[in-house]
Design a protein around this ligand. Structure first.
Ligand code: ADP
Ligand code: MG
Ligand code: ZN
Length: 443
C-alpha cells in the first residue's frame, strides 16, 4: 500500500477553559479542581427554573484577547445562542454558546514551515458538569457546570500530524502568555477535537481546494500524544476504506487509549439537530470601536514578538531566545536578571548561558542573587534540581537516625543532613538545599 496515496485534511476544534474567578453566567467560584462536589453551585448553574444568566465581562474580554492573539477580526455585534441537547451533565437541557455571531472570526496563525493556518472562529460558551462513573451508578458534580470555555476552530488546513502538534503547542503557549488559562491538559483545561479526512494526493491545486465529502471527528482528547495517535490511526483506517473503493462514513469517534484505536461513538449530528436559537435571557452585545481598540492595547507581548525582540535586543541566537521565551516566567526572570546584571557588567549572554545550561531554580533563587552568584562566580553553584533530589533521597536513606530525630522534633538534625548533601554540592546554595530537604522530610 502506498501511504502517500492520500493527503490528510485536518481541522481542529479546541476548548480552552478560562481561569476567571467566577463562572460564565453566575457568581459561583469557577475553580473546581480538587473541590468537594457540588459546592460551587447556584440556581443558574444548576439550571433551576427562573434563574437568569449574567455574562462574565472578564471572560468575554479574555475570549476576545485570544482572538486578537490569533489575528482575528473582532465583531462589533455579537450574541449568545442556545445549543439544545440532552445529557445528564447539562442541567438546563441546553448549553449557552455562540452560533452565527461569534466574538472573533477569520484569524490565522503561522507555522514554522511558513504555512498560514486559518482560524475560522473563536467563541465563548460554558462547560458542563462532570459525570463520575462508579461501579453501578453515575454521580454528577456540577462544580464545573458554567465554567467559561472558549472554543477555537481552525480551517481544515493541516496536512500532517506535525503541523497539528506545532499549532497546539503554540496555542497552549499563547493562552498561557495571556494568563487566561493554565491550559493544563491533565486537568482538562484544554481539550482537543481533530476532524480528519483524506483526499487523493495530487499536485493539481484546484483539486486541493475541494474538501472530501466526509469527515471524522475525534472527540475530547486530553493529551497531545493521544491526538497524534488518534490522527495516525484514522489515517490508516480511512486509507484502508478508501483503498477498498468505499467512502468512510461521517461520524464522531473517540480515542480509546487501552485499545490504541478510535471507536465509533455516533453518526455525526448536524447543526440543525441542536435547534440553535438566540439566548433570550441575554441581550446581544455591541462593542464600539474604542472598546475593541482599548482591549487591543492591553495585549501583552506574545511569544513570537518576544522571540524576535530577545534576539535583537540581547544579541541572542534564535536557539537561546527560543528556550528563554518558551515560558513567560522564564522570559521575565531573564529580563529582570539582565536589568540587575547591567549595573554589574554581567552580559545578557552570560545570563542566558546560565539559565539555559544550569537548571536554575527560579522559585528559590531571585534574579539579584543569580547576578551576585555570577559576579562572585564562586558563591553559588546552581544546583540541578533533579540531581539534588536524587542525592537527597540517597542521603535520607543512609542517615535514618538523623531523619528519625528530625521527625521526632529534633529539627537541628537537619544541619547534619545539609552537610551530607553539601558534600556533593560544595558550592551549593544552602537555602535551596535546606528547603528541598525539608520538603522531602515532610513526605
Ligand atoms: P461541524 O458543523 O460539523 O462542526 P464544521 O464545518 O463547522 O463542521 O467544521 C468543524 C471542524 O472540522 C473545523 O475545524 C473544520 O476545519 C473541520 N473540517 C471541515 N471539513 C473537514 C474535512 N473535510 N476534513 C477535515 N476537517 C474538516
Ligand atoms: Mg464539531
Ligand atoms: Zn452558579
Amino acid at each position: 500500500m502506498n501511504s502517500n496515496k492520500y493527503q490528510p485534511v485536518i481541522g481542529l476544534e479546541v476548548h480552552v477553559e478560562l481561569k476567571t474567578k467566577s463562572k460564565m453566567f453566575c457568581s459561583c467560584k469557577a475553580e473546581y479542581f480538587g473541590q468537594k462536589p457540588n459546592i460551587n453551585t447556584c440556581p443558574v448553574c444548576l439550571g433551576l427554573p427562573g434563574a437568569l444568566p449574567v455574562p462574565n465581562k472578564k471572560a468575554i474580554e479574555w475570549c476576545i484577547m485570544i482572538g486578537f492573539a490569533l489575528n482575528c477580526q473582532v465583531s462589533n455585534f455579537s450574541k449568545f445562542d442556545r445549543k439544545n441537547y440532552f445529557y445528564p451533565d447539562l442541567p438546563k437541557g441546553y448549553q449557552i454558546s455562540q452560533y452565527d455571531e461569534p466574538f472573533c472570526i477569520n484569524g490565522s496563525i503561522k507555522l514554522s514551515n511558513n504555512k498560514s493556518v486559518g482560524i475560522r472562529r473563536v467563541h465563548m460558551e460554558e462547560d458542563t458538569g462532570k459525570l463520575i462513573h462508579q461501579e453501578n451508578s453515575t454521580l454528577i458534580d456540577f462544580n464545573r457546570s458554567g465554567v467559561p470555555l472558549v472554543e477555537i476552530v481552525t480551517e481544515p488546513d493541516f496536512e500532517s500530524v506535525e503541523e497539528v502538534v506545532e499549532y497546539l503547542k503554540k496555542l497552549q503557549q499563547i493562552v498561557r502568555y495571556l494568563g487566561v488559562s493554565d491550559a493544563d491538559m491533565e486537568k482538562g483545561n484544554m481539550r482537543l477535537e481533530p476532524n480528519i479526512s483524506l483526499r487523493e494526493n495530487t499536485t493539481n491545486t484546484t483539486n486541493k481546494q475541494i474538501l472530501p465529502i466526509y469527515k471524522v471527528e475525534v472527540k475530547n482528547i486530553n493529551s497531545f500524544r493521544f491526538v497524534e495517535k488518534a490522527i495516525e490511526y484514522e489515517i490508516k483506517r480511512q486509507s484502508g476504506i478508501l483503498n477498498q473503493g468505499k467512502n468512510p462514513i461521517q461520524e464522531t469517534r473517540g480515542w480509546d487509549e487501552n485499545k490504541q484505536k478510535t471507536v465509533s461513538q455516533r453518526i455525526k449530528e448536524e447543526a440543525q439537530d441542536y435547534r440553535y436559537f438566540p439566548e433570550p435571557d441575554i441581550p446581544p452585545l455591541r462593542f464600539i470601536n474604542s472598546q475593541i481598540s482599548n482591549l487591543k492595547s492591553q495585549m501583552p507581548e506574545l511569544p513570537t514578538d518576544k522571540l524576535i525582540r530577545f534576539q535583537k535586543e540581547y544579541q541572542l541566537s534564535k536557539y537561546d531566545a527560543e528556550i528563554l521565551t518558551r515560558e513567560k516566567e522564564t522570559a521575565d526572570y531573564f529580563e529582570e536578571s539582565v536589568r540587575i546584571g547591567k549595573l554589574q557588567k554581567v552580559s545578557p549572554k552570560q545570563i542566558a548561558n546560565i539559565l539555559i545550561n544550569k537548571k536554575v531554580d527560579f522559585k528559590n533563587i531571585l534574579p539579584a542573587k543569580l547576578i551576585k552568584g555570577i559576579v562572585f562566580s564562586i558563591k553559588i553553584d546552581f544546583v540541578d534540581k533533579s540531581k539534588l533530589r536524587k542525592i537527597i533521597q540517597n542521603v535520607l536513606l543512609k542517615n535514618q537516625k538523623a531523619v528519625n530525630d528530625y521527625k521526632n522534633g529534633k529539627i537541628q538534625a537537619i544541619g547534619f543532613l545539609i552537610g551530607k548533601v553539601k558534600q556533593h554540592f560544595p558550592k551549593g546554595d544552602t537555602n535551596q538545599i535546606k528547603s528541598t530537604l525539608e520538603k522531602h522530610l515532610k513526605t
